[in-house]
Design a protein around this ligand. Structure first.
Ligand SMILES: [Fe+2]
Ligand SMILES: [Fe+2]
Length: 204
């Protein structure tokens, strides 16, 4: 999570223009800034498949003409909602505390993306363009830190993503994991900058 994306709600909720949507400036599609690569693979097919879809949807947003931008963003937001919910379910089933940082980051990012959708429905497209750019930076970092840590954790307890069965329940943590399950670092995008900072600000 980059600081810019975390700061997006404030920018995105700046006073809206009184001009009609027709008078709003046009925005410009760009070439996708993120492509799937082996570097993003976590060797966990269920998670990788979702991430491939995310990258594809994000590329579609970046390439969208204005007329299609909001609908493509909505598709990305809806996909991300289930993407995050799926990982959240896996975490909660395998010993993560509800307030642990990975779950918190999902909630904060999804909130920002939905704010972008609301603005898009009001005819403001530039916030979506900016958020899409920010996601191309945020996602690889999130995948390679938090999601990577989650994938290792799920493998360590023998979690089956299809059935939900846990083959090695004895490997489950004795106490709920309140951090990121070993995937946090000083530069993992959660604290003290980025999503957690925003979450802390919202909670204050
Ligand atoms: Fe993910
Ligand atoms: Fe995640």
């Amino acid at each position: 999570m980059t600081a810019n994306l975390a700061a997006m709600p404030e920018a995105a909720t700046a006073p809206t223009t009184s001009a009609s949507p027709a008078a709003l400036p046009h925005t410009t599609p760009v070439a996708p800034e993120l492509a799937w690569s082996d570097a993003l693979s976590l060797s966990m097919p269920a998670m990788d498949q979702t991430h491939v879809e995310f990258v594809d949807l994000l590329a579609g947003v970046q390439q969208a003409e204005d007329a299609e931008l909001v609908s493509r963003w909505q598709a990305l937001v809806e996909h991300t909602e289930e993407h995050f919910a799926q990982e959240d379910r896996w975490m909660l089933a395998t010993g993560f505390a509800p307030g642990s940082c990975h779950l918190t980051q999902h909630a904060v990012v999804l909130k920002v993306l939905k704010e972008g959708l609301d603005l898009g429905h009001q005819g403001q497209l530039q916030p979506i363009r900016q958020m899409a750019h920010e996601l191309t930076i945020w996602f690889p970092h999130h995948a390679q830190t938090m999601d990577s840590g989650l994938a290792l954790h799920l493998k360590s307890v023998g979690h089956d993503p299809v059935t939900g069965e846990i083959a090695q329940p004895e490997a489950l943590p004795a106490e709920a994991i309140s951090g990121c399950g070993g995937s946090c670092s000083s530069d993992d995008g959660t604290s003290p900058s980025g999503a957690d900072r925003h979450a802390q600000k919202e909670a204050a």
